[in-house]
Design a binder for this molecule. Structure first.
Ligand SMILES: Cc1cc2nc3c(=O)[nH]c(=O)nc-3n(C[C@H](O)[C@H](O)[C@H](O)COP(=O)(O)OP(=O)(O)OC[C@H]3O[C@@H](n4cnc5c(N)ncnc54)[C@H](O)[C@@H]3O)c2cc1C
Length: 828
């Protein structure tokens, strides 16, 4: 039960005597731009019995003082789609409501000072072409014509987004509010929420000084107070506010005389933003010398307030802006805004139903609120009204963070890092160091000594690759980096001899009890193994009929099963497991922390392991997809005869306290065969050589089972979670097909780059699809990409173009995976 705390009343007298509903389908807490957009979109999707509660005036958090720049392009294709939707909605909203959104769309110029920025922008331009968005390269002359005040010296590439610009923050918020009201929503201002109490049936009582509202759904859109409102429901969210500054100059003659509105300038290498405001300029910066705010909680009496100016702090960035637009240096400062904004550890919104609570939706930590408000409101409304969003928005999902992410030191370190690197390029495979290590397993120190270069995997330190000596770090960029060679060595070692891969990051669950088989059959689409010692692969089906997950389920005993699935999806998939009630006496428990695992794979893996156990590992005794409890070097392990490498191999799962002992023994035994440790990047490369999909890349709720080759694993003769949805989508023609593509060797060698994911695929100049995962296939000598293409747009053997670095690279669709297409090695 949630406590009813004493949130101070912002305006006690003004709430007295006003009428307020006592029941609603959903209650949105917070009347900033996001809360109002959610309310508007709920009504748009047909939920009109909805209420928004705002403790003060609308806009009284971060919203009222925002610079409110709008941009359409983002590195993530789905976020771009939603930003695009947002930018297009503002004008429509004005027409619909008659409320001005103050939209200026003079266009945005994106400048690249470095080669990496050029790669990033060119890739974004290729994606824009695929998705039909306006974003393309222009010449310096064209740019000079569009914005004559910019000094383009040192700029190697200029992109143009004709729809870029800015809006009026309060106009937009009020337009959403008006649009929602027109459709029947109620908005109560000066009505602070003081408690959210869950009833035994899962519905909620939202408490305010004006009275209570009973509701099915609570939506926390309390912005700067997201943490405090979450606490009312007994939950913590990984958010932290900071200060952020911009200033507006006095009128500048050059702008006054321009006779038109000038485009905004995104010179991200300069780490500032700049646009016209009135007849002057607005310049803002994410400075290195940043300041946190409200570390112990956002003050409840803060509303339309600002902090004292501190321009000195952003002066370094401002000087770069002045070098770029020299006329700005002559202008006086008219107004400074130093206001708060609230961040998540990776600067993306924390959005979604909180997996541990029924019908409590969190939506907080939004940085580009004006670029994303409509898309975000639409996604929230879709989730609540339709049960799921139309896009895979895992990068926004609160479930990408486990409860581990609430560690305050971690949150602070990450927020400092994302604030100060707001405009830095985020490279493929990039692993940022801030806030780490957070979660380590017993082998961590040994792996470090062996030169492991770690990545962050659902909070855990996880070896990406092994450098020759300790202390090595990744270099970053769009082209092949320092790890490219060593990862190749690891792949070759495994394929020629053997390798030991730490797979402790896989999520593991135990289901035990008399109803275990029935429950698993009701959750997963495939038939569960009938006999102990057997395993099966199975999809988990999402609400719209897509792939919510893929798992290997092993029947260990008659009434005990072991489920292995994606580690990063643990909290996300909990929502699905919770949809099917557990039978009395049957237990479902996560073993991810309690158990660790290694995959020993490669042609010599049998010989290595056979020396360490009395159990026969011969094919006839331990065939593919079978399991046994075995002792390896006196460590009790659940051994599964599977390997994501596509090679002969075993997964060994042991108790966490035995992990170090098992690892040391495996490494020692492997030495005699010239085998050793292998990291996650090599595993990714090898699974692509074999054409295996991976969750969040090839498998996501956006793709249907028959499009990803998992159709035969959906057993339509039985009942399972979301079967009706999958039945519906499988009756429709296939929209897209998963393909494996071989990119031309000369092309990748000339670019010194492989596909990494997200690159558009073109055929005869037309966009037909996109890459989901890319790699160099070291043991097959091919640069490879898995991706989706529109069904019927190309066939195996056809030539296509993959836009590596945003440039066309000749490629061919493969008939079958280049590694072990018949599965002979896997089954050996
Ligand atoms: C200086 C600055 C410049 C910015 N520039 C841009 C930009 O150029 N482009 C862009 O896209 N974004 C920009 N932003 C970010 C943008 O302002 C935010 O993304 C956006 O305002 C977030 O809106 P919100 O609705 O989530 O939160 P908020 O605006 O904080 O709104 C939350 C609301 O919840 C209410 N509330 C809180 N607690 C309760 C309670 N207990 N009961 C009832 N109501 C409650 C609050 O009163 C408040 O009105 C900028 C931010 C700052 C600080």
């Amino acid at each position: 039960m949630a406590p009813s705390n004493g949130v101070r009343l912002a305006a006690e007298t003004r709430v007295k005597g006003r009428y307020m509903k006592t029941h609603a389908q959903a209650v949105v807490i917070g009347g900033g731009v996001i809360g109002c957009s959610i309310l508007y979109h709920l009504t748009k999707l047909g939920w009109t019995d909805v209420v928004l509660l705002e403790r003060d005036e609308l806009t009284s958090g971060s919203t009222w003082h925002a610079a409110a720049n709008i941009h359409g392009l983002h590195d993530s294709a789905n976020i771009s789609r939603l930003q695009h939707y947002t930018m297009n909605l503002y004008k429509q909203l004005e027409e619909e409501t008659g409320q001005s959104c103050g939209v200026f769309q003079p266009g945005s110029l994106y400048l690249a000072q470095t080669e990496n920025r050029e790669h990033q922008l060119k890739l974004q331009a290729a994606k824009a072409k695929l998705y039909g968005m306006n974003f393309h390269e222009i010449s310096r002359e064209e740019a000079e014509e569009k914005h004559p005040l910019v000094n383009y010296d040192g700029i190697r590439c200029i992109m143009w987004e004709p729809d870029g610009g800015n809006v009026d923050p309060s106009g937009v918020t009020n337009a959403y509010a008006m649009g929602a009201r027109q459709k029947g929503a109620e908005i109560c201002r000066f009505t602070p929420v003081t408690g959210t109490v869950q009833k035994p049936d899962g519905s909620w009582i939202v408490e305010t000084p004006k009275g209570n509202i009973e509701t099915e759904w609570v939506i926390n859109a309390a912005g700067l107070w997201g943490r405090e409102v979450a606490k009312l429901a007994g939950i913590e969210v990984p958010l932290q506010p900071t200060e952020h500054q911009y200033f507006v100059t006095e009128t500048m003659a050059e702008i006054e005389n321009a006779g038109r509105r000038l485009p905004s300038v995104a010179d991200r290498d300069g780490e500032y933003y700049l646009r016209q405001e009135g007849k002057g300029l607005l310049i803002g910066a994410y400075e290195r010398d940043m300041r946190f705010w409200a570390e112990d909680g956002t003050p409840l009496d803060f509303a339309h307030d600002l902090f004292p100016d501190d321009l000195e702090r952003i002066m370094e960035n401002v000087m770069r802006a002045m070098d770029r637009v020299p006329a700005a240096a002559e202008a006086g400062v008219k107004r400074v805004i130093n206001g708060p904004m609230i961040w998540s550890p990776d600067s993306n919104v924390v959005l979604g139903p909180v997996p541990e609570l029924k019908n409590y939706f969190m939506c907080g930590g939004i940085i580009p609120g004006f670029s994303q408000s409509a898309g975000m409101g639409l996604m929230v409304a879709q989730w609540i009204v339709e049960g799921e969003m139309q896009y895979d928005m895992f990068p926004w999902d609160i479930a990408r963070f486990g409860l581990w992410a609430n560690d305050r030191k971690f949150v602070m370190a990450k927020v400092e890092d994302v604030y100060t690197h707001r405009f830095a390029i985020h490279y493929p495979n990039e692993e940022r160091a801030a806030g780490r290590p957070l979660r380590t397993r017993p082998v961590y120190e040994l792996q470090k000594e062996m030169g492991a270069v770690f990545g962050l995997n659902y909070g855990w330190e996880h070896p990406q690759w092994f450098a020759g000596e300790p202390g090595a770090e990744d270099t970053n960029g769009f082209v092949r980096q320092n790890w490219w060679g060593p990862v190749g060595e690891e792949c070759r070692m495994l394929r020629e001899r053997a390798g030991i891969i730490d797979i402790s990051n896989f999520a593991k669950y135990r289901v035990k009890g008399p109803g275990a088989a029935d429950w698993l059959n009701a959750v997963f689409a495939n038939n569960m193994p009938k006999a102990a010692g057997r395993s099966c692969l199975t999809p988990l089906i999402s609400v719209r009929g897509g792939i919510a997950g893929d798992a290997t389920v092993t029947r260990v005993e008659e009434d005990e099963f072991w489920v292995v699935s994606s580690g990063m999806a643990e909290r996300y998939q909990k929502r699905f497991y919770d949809m099917v009630p557990l039978p009395e006496g049957t237990v479902f428990e996560s073993m991810t922390e309690a158990m660790c695992g290694f995959n020993v794979a490669g042609p010599k893996s049998r010989e290595i392991l056979q020396r360490m156990t009395n159990t026969s590992l011969a094919t006839e005794d331990f065939p593919f997809m079978r399991s046994k409890m075995i002792d390896i070097a006196a460590v009790r392990c659940l051994a599964l005869r599977v390997s994501f490498t596509g090679d002969l191999g075993w997964e060994l799962h042991c108790r966490t306290e035995d992990q170090l002992k098992l690892y040391e023994a495996l490494l020692e035994a492997a030495k005699a065969f010239g085998a050793g440790p292998v990291g996650a990047r090599a595993l990714m490369s090898m699974r692509i050589e074999k054409g295996y999909g991976s969750w969040s890349r090839e498998y996501s709720p956006e793709y249907y089972p028959h499009e990803v080759g998992l159709g035969p694993l959906c057993k339509m003769e039985k009942d399972f979670l979301n079967k009706a949805a999958v039945e519906r989508v499988m009756a429709e023609p296939t929209r897209e097909t998963l393909v494996l593509v071989h990119i031309d060797e000369d092309a990748v060698n000339a670019s010194n780059a492989d596909a990494t994911g997200g690159e558009p695929i073109f055929r005869d100049g037309k966009g037909i699809g996109r890459v989901t995962s890319g790699t160099y296939g070291y043991t097959v000598g091919m640069s490879l990409a898995l991706g989706y293409i529109k069904s019927g747009s190309a066939e195996p053997g056809d030539e296509v173009e993959v836009m590596v670095l945003g440039q066309p690279h000749k490629a061919r669709i493969l008939e079958e995976p280049p590694f072990d297409p018949k599965g002979e090695k896997l089954r050996a």
